[in-house]
Design a protein around this ligand. Structure first.
Ligand SMILES: Nc1ncnc2c1ncn2[C@@H]1O[C@H](COP(=O)(O)OP(=O)(O)OP(=O)(O)O)[C@@H](O)[C@H]1O
Length: 320
C-alpha cells in the first residue's frame, strides 16, 4: 500500500542559522498510529509543522495523501487535522461555534451531524453551548481535538496530546485515538511519555538533534528489548570464557570479574538452570547475581543521551 505521508530528504535551517532537521526520510503508513519520540528541542514540532505546511522546509519534500505540502498546500492541508500543544482557543466562543468555524476554514459544507458525532465521542456534547473559557483544562484540550476533527481529516497530528492531563483523561484520550484509528484515521503523535508510545503506537520513531535515529515496529522493538540480563559477579576473575560455554549468549566483562548472560523474557526456557550447572561443572563460582530488564524507556534514554553518531551506532545494535 502507498504510504499516506512521504517525507524525503527533509532539512530545516531556521533563519537564525540553527539546523533543526537533517535529512529526514520517513514514510507513514495509511491507518497506523505512529509515535514520534524525542527530547525537548529534538525537532518534533518542526517536523510536524512542515508536514502541516505551517513551516517551510529548507530542502526536501513532503507529500501528504498525494499532495505536495508546499506546492499543493490547500489540498494537502485539507487532509490533515492538527492538535497543537498550545491551548490557544477563542475563549469567548462556544464549543459549538468554534468547532463549526474550524470545519468552515477548510471549505467543507456544514455538517451538524458530523460535529455532533465528534463532540459526543469527546464527551463534549453537553458542553456544546458553553463558552470555552468556562471549561476545565482537560475539556479545552478535547475542544482542540474536536476542532482538528471537524473537517474529517484522514491524518491527525497530536502534539503532546496528554501533557499535563490527569491519568483518567489520558486513558480516555488513548481510547479515543484507538477509535479514530478504527475509523481509518492515520495518527501521528509526539509524546514525552514512553508509556504512551508503548500503549498506543504501531510504530515508533525516535528523533534526536534533528535526525531520525530509529524507526521500528513497536512489537519488534519491544521483542528486541524484551531481554533480561543476568550479571554474575565471579569469585575469581576469568581470562576468557571456557570453550564449552562459547555457544551461550554470555559475555565476559573487560576486567574479567563478571559474566553477563542475556536471555529472552518471552521464551519459556531461560536456560539459567543449565548455565549455572555448566558454570559449576567448570568450577566457576560466583559471589552474587542480579538481573535487569531493558525497557523502551532505557533504549530511548540511551539513544538520545549519546550524540547523533553514537546514537546511530546504538540503532545498529538494536537492529542487529
Ligand atoms: N522559529 C525558530 N527559529 C529558530 N529556531 C527555532 C525556531 N523554532 C524552533 N527552533 C529550534 O529548533 C529546535 C527544534 O525545535 P522543536 O520545537 O521542533 O523541538 P521539539 O522536539 O518539538 O521540542 P519539544 O519537545 O520541546 O516540543 C530547537 O532547538 C528550537 O530552539
Amino acid at each position: 500500500m502507498q504510504p499516506i505521508i512521504t517525507v524525503s530528504g527533509l532539512d530545516k535551517t531556521y533563519r537564525s542559522g540553527f539546523q533543526a532537521l537533517k535529512g529526514i526520510d520517513l514514510e507513514i503508513r495509511r491507518g497506523e498510529i505512529f509515535a514520534l519520540l524525542g527530547p525537548n528541542g529534538a525537532g518534533k514540532t518542526t517536523l510536524i509543522s512542515i508536514i502541516c505546511g505551517i513551516v517551510n522546509p529548507s530542502s526536501g519534500k513532503v507529500v501528504a495523501d498525494g499532495h505536495d505540502v508546499v506546492r499543493d498546500y490547500r489540498n494537502a492541508r485539507r487532509k490533515i487535522g492538527l492538535v497543537p500543544q498550545e491551548l490557544s482557543t477563542d475563549a469567548f466562543e462556544t464549543v459549538w461555534a468554534t468547532v463549526r468555524f474550524s470545519r468552515g476554514l477548510f471549505g467543507k459544507p456544514p455538517d451538524p451531524a458530523h460535529l455532533e458525532k465528534v463532540l459526543r465521542a469527546l464527551s463534549l456534547w453537553d458542553k456544546k453551548d458553553s463558552k470555552i473559557m468556562t471549561l476545565s483544562g482537560g475539556m479545552k484540550r478535547r475542544v482542540l481535538i474536536a476542532k482538528a476533527l471537524a473537517h474529517e481529516p484522514e491524518i491527525l497530528f497530536l502534539d503532546e496530546p496528554t501533557a499535563g492531563v490527569d491519568v483518567e483523561l489520558r486513558h480516555d484520550m488513548w481510547q479515543l485515538v484507538r477509535r479514530l484509528r478504527e475509523d481509518g484515521v492515520t495518527i501521528i503523535l509526539t509524546t514525552h511519555y514512553i508509556e504512551e508510545a508503548e500503549e498506543m503506537a504501531d510504530r515508533i520513531g525516535v528523533i534526536n538533534h534533528g535526525e531520525l535515529v530509529l524507526v521500528e515496529d513497536k512489537t519488534t522493538l519491544m521483542r528486541k528489548l524484551g531481554k533480561k540480563q543476568l550479571t554474575l559477579s565471579l569469585q575469581e576473575p576469568l581470562a576468557t570464557i571456557p570453550g564449552e560455554l562459547a555457544g551461550l549468549p554470555l559475555e565476559l566483562s573487560e576486567d574479567g570479574q563478571s559474566l553477563v548472560y542475556t536471555f529472552d523474557v518471552q521464551s519459556e526456557e531461560t536456560g539459567i538452570a543449565g548455565l549455572l550447572r555448566q558454570l559449576h561443572a567448570h568450577g566457576i563460582d560466583f559471589r552474587d547475581l542480579h538481573s535487569s530488564e531493558s525497557s523502551l524507556e532505557e533504549i530511548f534514554v540511551s539513544l538520545v543521551r549519546q550524540g547523533p553518531r553514537a546514537g546511530g551506532a546504538a540503532v545498529q545494535e538494536v537492529r542487529a
